[in-house]
Design a protein. Sequence first.
Lengths: 127, 519
Amino acid sequence: MVPTAQILIVEDDEDLRFVVEELLVDLGYRVASVPDGRAALEYLHAHAPPSIIVLDLVMPRMDGAEFCRQRRRHRALSSIPVFLFTGTASTHRQIARLGVHRVLRKPLVVSELIDAVANVLPRSPEA
Amino acid sequence: MKNEVEDGGVEPVKLLLVDDRKENLEVLRHTLSSPGYELVMAQNGEEALRKALVDDFACIVLDVLLPGMDGFEIATLIKSRERSQHTPILFLTASAHDMRFIYRAYAVGGVDYMVKPIDPDVLRAKIAIFADLYRKDLRIRRQAEALREADRRQRERELAELRRTSDEHYRNLADAVPCIVWTTDEHGALTYVNRLWTDYTGVSARDTLGWNWIDVIHPDDISRFESGWRSAISNRAVYTAECRIRRASDGQFRWHLCYAVPEIDSERDLVGGWLATLTDTEDLRQAIMARDEFLAVASHELRTPLSTLAFVVHGVKALAERDEPPPRVPLIDKMRTAERQIGRLEKLIATLLDVTRITGRRMVLEPVDCDLSHLAREVTNRLREEAERAGCSLELRAPFSVRSRCDPFRLDQVLTNLITNAVRHGAGKPIQVSVEEDGGMVRLSVTDSGEGISAEDLPRLFGRFERGSSTSARSGLGLGLFISRHIVQAHGGDIAVETEPGRGASFRVEIPRKGAPHT
């Protein structure tokens, strides 16, 4: 049986999705990744909830904002902390309305993501 | 001399007759009685002076010997008054042999004298001369007055004409200005609007005057606009505000900038009225919003490869910081990823530069003689792999060499853009690329059988900051077709699309064989 992912990455850019996943895997986390919000919802319906969702804002099919709205409708999902990646100049107010746990501005400072993840998942996970 | 008196058309002149003796006056009256004269009598000096003060006389006939005041004293007083200083005085005397009398009479301003007993014919003749002189003088003065009057009327006419042309000039000026112009009185009540006001709002100038103009302002803006305007009026301050005005042609409320300045009469330190303009800023606002949106998209597009690069660098650093030598394969993979990001950044920046060139009209072509069939073959071969990954086969129909004078680098860019779009929206179905010649034109077409373009997206397809099916889909900056169309137009051609939603789209580029006309 596939072990439960601790972190779900939702990012449409293939290269970025891959390098973020690679980094987190190297740090010892169990990671799953999907290319858009709709795929993320499908994943979450079919799997045990992860501890963190790393979410891009601008994506095709279903963007990060719409995903956040959908997430709030499901109690099981609304408790999962979301780290929002954003490269757009969205205002703080727009982002605050999404109810995310943390905002990470692109271009990402890698250590920022590492620290943010470690804050939620402090125990050095087993390899 | 022509007897004007008997002409009847002559107006009577006044004569003042002064003698203390009634019978003498009677004789004078009898002698001078004529329709040409209006005779005024006086029996003493005071009475004579009073009458000379009230009326203008053609001549004064004055008896030298009067009780109380003698004739010379009276003459002196008459001559000292402005009204009567030029009135001729004819003295009547009984003592003609006294030369002192004669000198004295002339010295006080008498013009003539007669010795009693008076010869009626001589008196009539003398008086007739004075009356005639008086009439001529009167006529000259009247003519001068008439001339002055005519002159004044002419000046008034000229001034009125000047005012009219000046008014007309300013009205024409106000009508030539591409914004709404209006004026108000000192209380802010509208007194004038230019033609654009009526054209724009559909409300006639007459229906707008006073405070009725408030009605064309958006209901949500009225109270803010009006209170600001009233406080500007009481403070005599320049008023700037924005409000939405209803455009009659489509009923749309569009943002306007209002600018009103008081006309201050500096001499009296009063506000005579207000001059104001309203400028439609809606298009400007839209353009700024579109640009902001574009900048947001562009910054997002630039940040994604940058983020990826940051992760790659972090990964390489982590590998390098290990004690053992870094494994080759993961390192090479990371470098390939890094290269791809650099390529993406380069392409994005090139696109942004193209847009800047197009907007700044600095797109320069480097035309050479080239074979478009050959060019199309190169592009399709280059993109075939990418197309096949998306499940689309690329079919090229370019059986003949088609030569044209064009910029091959730029047309490569156009074809690459069209084929990439076809692959992206082609739903994995075959794509046809063809090159043909048609008279003096060369035609390149790219046809897919994919999603097609909705009627809603079609008008904005070639816009600068637009993207088809833009609902949160991200596929580059959405500038490909904008740039392509400009390149084709710079070649003197054009680009057109035929599409049916769900059945695909066909883009057709046509350029003249000889390239762009020289500019």
